[in-house]
Every structure is written in structure tokens, then in C-alpha cells.
Ligand binder design. Structure first.
Ligand SMILES: Cc1ncc(COP(=O)(O)O)c(C=O)c1O
Length: 360
């Protein structure tokens, strides 16, 4: 208990505080949803970057995990996670060598590819073992990021993977735009038919994204072609998901704890959490987070170390702690070396965010 912040067990701010019970409830709830729809879960660890929660997701029923970077996957492999999909085009000799080393020490490694250049690099690297690399074709079903543009291109790349001795065609993958579940069905439905015509089996259709997680299994109640779902943000949730109606504020497991360090006017509070703690990610929203317990507070500006909050006069005092639900929680996890884990018995422990900063 702190004299300057009697309601907090955290010595110094800004800090990440995670309510473990809420995170575990979010894992269980979404796993039950996927189980109910016969869809496999392969959660994206980019949100939490913690072996503890990756293991919790597997224990809850996930078949494996998703990482974005080889560095994240290496951390997870060190922690015993042994079925990993890296949703990235891996290019260049240095990264390919790391990929090969990683494949040699876990049960199943998969990656995505959307060009012949990527596939050929993977094929050359894995031609002589040590293990087969599973490769999914990434399809752009509307998000406008990576991915082949047509079902025919997907089939051509699948055939190229299938013909490479060290590779296994592992299916089709997409990261849809929010609201894009129907586009996924259309694109993947056509691609499945075209693959069947070529005599190529498609082991998995992997989609993802927390904004539409409750549509996983079938948008509009129809049975989906999607067999595997990669949700990331769902474990903590964040302000963007609250605003989209995908969860309630009580479902947000991670907050940034900050201290009011200045009250230059009665209605302007300055906290010690700026863009280095909350990130500048707006995700299309107005304001930089939700201040718990202060519904009228608006985080109107951030500089690196300062957050400016407009509040009704008298609602905050210098030295007071506040808890902020960030707009985009995944990037916030990447900004801190450690997180404080609040257990259901009220105790708090500090843990390293093991896979933060793994940008290669
Ligand atoms: C390829 C891929 N799959 C899955 C996810 C998880 O999305 P979300 O955090 O919305 O659940 C992401 C997030 O960036 C992603 O890039």
C-alpha cells in the first residue's frame, strides 16, 4: 500500500496492470464460442507476448499459437510452445536460417506466403530437412494488406508449395478487414472449389481478428468455410473493441496505471502516461483511451511522457492514480518491459513481457 496512492500496490507509474481473472475469462469465453461452432483456435500472441498466457490458451483448448515475427516464435518455443504459425512472408538468408533452426526444435512450424519469391526461398531452405515446413497461402479478402488477390492466384501458389519437397501445403489464411466475414466466405469458397478442381486438398482455412470474433463459425448464422480462427486482442480487449460493441468495459483485462502529476487548470489534468505508454494509435477513435471511473474524462492529447486529460473540475487531484484502457492494447504490451499481474486473491506480481520488442 502506497502513502501517495493508497488504492494501489504498484510502486511506480506508468505501468501495465493485467487482471488475470478477466484475461482467463476472456480466453474461456471465446474458446467456448469456437468449440460450439467446431472451429479450431490458434490465438495470436502479439497481444500479450507472454508465455504464461500462451500456455493458458493451449490449456483452454487452442491447437497452437500464432506469432507475427520469428523472434516472438523463438521466445514461445523456448517456453515450450510447440505448434506455431508465423503469419508473415519470411525472406532473406538470415531469417530463413533462423526459421530452419526453429523448425528443427518444435513439433510443427507453419508460415504464410503470398508470392513465388517467398515460396521459392522457403523451398530452397527446407529442401534437405530437418523438418517439413507447413506453408499457408495468404489471401487478401479485402483488408488491403498482404495476400494474393484472386482465388486463382491462391491455387497457383498452393500448387507451387505442394510441388516443393520440403514444404507442405497447409491451407489458406486471411486477415480480414473488420466487417469482412462475408468477403472471406466468398473468396475462400471460390478458392476451395478451384483447389478441388486441381486435386489439391486444403487442410485448413484460417481467418482472424477480434472485431468480428463473435461471427467466427458463421456470419449471419450460416456455416462458415473457416476451420481455424486467430484472435489476438480478445484476451485483454481494449477501447476499440468496446467502441465496436465486441465487448464491455468490464471485459478489458489490461489497463495503464498512471499518476496525475499536474493540474494546471481545474479542468486539465496531466498524467505521466504519454505516447510512450499508451502509443499514439487512435484506431479511428477520438481520444487516447478510457479513464476508468471517470466517464466524462477525455484524453485529448499525448506527448511522449505526458497525457492531457480534460475533466470536470474537482474530479482529479495531483498525486491521484488513474487507470486507462488503451485504444489498441497490442501496441501497449510492446512498450513495457514488465507487466503487473493482479491475481484473483488481490496479490500482484511483476512479470517480464518476454516477447516484447521482437521486431525481427
Ligand atoms: C495475421 C493476423 N492474424 C490475427 C490477428 C489478430 O487480430 P486481433 O488482434 O484483431 O484479434 C492479427 C492482428 O494484427 C494479425 O495481423
Amino acid at each position: 500500500m502506497r502513502a501517495d496512492a493508497p488504492d494501489s500496490l504498484i510502486a511506480e507509474t506508468p505501468a501495465i496492470v493485467i487482471d488475470e481473472a478477466v484475461a482467463r475469462r476472456n480466453i474461456a469465453r471465446f474458446q467456448a464460442h469456437l468449440d460450439g461452432h467446431g472451429v479450431k483456435s490458434r490465438p495470436h500472441i502479439k497481444t500479450h507476448k507472454l508465455p504464461l498466457f500462451a500456455r493458458a490458451q493451449i490449456e483452454a483448448g487452442a491447437k497452437g499459437i500464432t506469432c507475427q515475427k520469428i523472434g516472438e516464435a523463438e521466445v514461445m518455443a523456448d517456453a515450450g510452445l510447440d505448434d506455431i504459425l508465423i503469419t508473415f512472408n519470411i525472406l532473406g538468408p538470415a531469417k530463413l536460417a533462423r526459421l530452419k533452426a526453429l523448425a528443427g526444435r518444435i513439433a510443427r512450424l507453419a508460415v504464410t506466403a503470398d508470392s513465388a519469391v517467398t515460396v521459392d526461398g522457403l523451398a530452397a531452405t527446407f529442401a534437405n530437412g530437418p523438418a517439413k515446413l507447413h506453408v499457408m497461402v495468404e489471401c487478401d479478402t479485402g483488408a488491403g494488406r498482404c495476400g494474393v488477390q484472386t482465388p486463382d492466384e491462391a491455387v497457383a501458389l498452393a500448387a507451387r508449395i505442394d510441388a516443393a519437397p520440403g514444404l507442405v501445403f497447409a491451407g489458406l489464411m486471411t486477415y480480414p478487414a473488420p466487417g469482412g466475414a462475408a468477403d472471406v466466405e466468398r473468396f475462400m469458397g471460390e478458392a476451395l472449389a478451384a483447389l478441388a478442381e486441381r486435386g489439391l486438398a486444403c487442410p485448413e482455412i484460417s481467418s482472424g481478428g477480434s472485431p468480428d470474433m463473435w461471427a467466427a463459425g458463421g456470419p449471419g448464422g450460416e456455416k462458415s468455410v473457416v476451420t481455424e480462427y486467430r484472435a489476438g486482442t480478445y484476451i485483454y480487449n481494449d477501447r476499440s473493441l468496446v467502441e465496436r460493441g465486441a465487448c464491455a468495459l468490464e471485459d478489458c483485462a489490461l489497463v495503464v496505471e498512471a499518476t496525475v502529476v499536474s493540474l494546471p487548470t481545474p479542468t486539465r489534468a496531466i498524467v505521466d502516461a504519454g505516447s510512450k505508454a499508451l502509443s499514439s494509435d487512435l484506431l479511428g477513435l477520438t481520444g487516447h483511451g478510457t479513464v476508468i471511473g471517470h466517464p466524462q474524462a477525455r484524453i485529448v492529447a499525448l506527448s511522449e511522457e505526458h497525457g492531457t486529460i480534460e475533466v470536470p473540475a474537482g474530479s482529479l487531484a495531483v498525486g491521484q492514480r488513474v487507470h486507462i484502457v488503451p485504444n489498441h492494447v497490442c501496441v501497449v504490451s510492446n512498450l513495457f518491459d514488465t507487466a503487473f499481474l493482479k491475481k484473483s486473491d488481490g496479490t500482484i506480481g511483476e512479470i517480464p513481457i518476454a516477447a516484447r520488442g521482437r521486431v525481427t
